[in-house]
Design a protein around this ligand. Structure first.
Ligand code: SAH
Length: 278
């Protein structure tokens, strides 16, 4: 792993194309390497330079050839990390200098995780790029917990929202359309919401969603150590606190969560867990 506190060193000539380089934004999926698309797995096997985030699992990264340059641009507490602007600058510098690189992002590159901003910067700089979709955390968590995201008897709409705080200092708050999120017959999936779960739960109840609406939090979906905690909209914050749930975790709210009792047994097992228990 190349940490950013060290100078970046790349093999000269390695992967340098004539003319401008190229960036492939690749979705790494939720963690289980078997959940990569065939196209993503091919891009990783052929990569000569990979810029990757902290959400990318080591099992996915293992597909990158040992000879490739890997640059970690995510956040690990205690280590220096690049800002989003810094990541974009680095990507533009490398690709602008002729490198072909893979920008590897957890889940799907265009669902949260700021892949859209990176693509905009590439487009503006005239650097050719393509995007390989990934299985987003919501789909990974759905399959491996036995919680369908929609179901004719429960939910005909599905909303993905981010629970992260916006704003500055004391004014930092979760700024969501609470009325929309509190509608009945809908499943709400919240990314980046572990820290703000108490606010989310209180706001949804204040806007009319019943406190006994089934809700779950799924930690490290599809990865070894995956945990699922189910409760209700009202009880989930306390359950998550008591079980010390940490990011990455996904919150699922809606009556579909109750289907886990029926479907949880048949839910898929992460490949890594299968290997370990074999
Ligand atoms: N592009 C990613 C999301 C990036 S935002 C995607 O499509 O999945 C980061 C958030 O995604 C995390 O805070 C968490 O809420 C969620 N997440 C990503 N991987 C996860 C996993 N394996 N299990 C649970 N949540 C996950």
């Amino acid at each position: 792993m190349t940490l950013l506190s060290e100078p970046l060193q790349f093999t000269p000539d390695h992967g340098i194309a004539s003319g401008p380089g190229h960036v492939t934004l690749v979705g790494a999926g939720p963690g289980d390497p078997d959940l990569l698309t065939v196209k993503a797995a091919r891009a990783l096997r052929e990569a000569t330079l990979v810029l990757y985030d902290n959400l990318v699992s080591k099992d996915v990264l293992a597909l990158v050839p040992a000879s490739a340059d890997r640059v970690y641009v995510g956040k690990v507490s205690g280590h220096h990390s690049l800002s989003q602007g810094g990541i974009i600058e680095l990507m533009l510098r490398l690709a602008g200098g002729g490198r072909r690189l893979v920008r590897l992002k957890g889940g799907d590159p265009y669902i949260f995780g700021r892949g859209g901003e990176e693509a905009q910067a590439l487009a503006a700089a005239g650097i050719p790029f393509d995007v390989i979709p990934g299985i987003s955390a919501a789909q990974g968590a759905s399959a491996c917990t036995g919680i369908p995201l929609t179901h004719r008897d429960h939910a005909e709409s599905l909303v993905y929202a981010t629970g992260h705080l916006r704003g500055e200092g004391q004014a930092r708050t979760v700024d969501l359309d609470w009325e929309l999120l509190s509608r009945p017959r809908q499943t709400v999936v919240i990314y980046m919401g572990v820290g703000t779960l108490p606010v989310i739960s209180a706001q949804l109840q204040a806007h009319g969603l019943a406190g006994d609406t089934p809700a779950a939090i799924v930690e490290r979906a599809t990865q070894p150590g995956q945990r699922t905690i189910t409760g209700t909209l009202a009880t989930l914050p306390e359950l998550a606190r008591r079980h010390d749930v940490r990011a990455p975790a996904l919150i699922m709210i809606g009556t579909v969560v109750a289907l886990r009792a029926e479907l949880g047994q048949a839910a898929s097992t992460p490949a890594v867990a299968r290997t370990t228990s074999a």
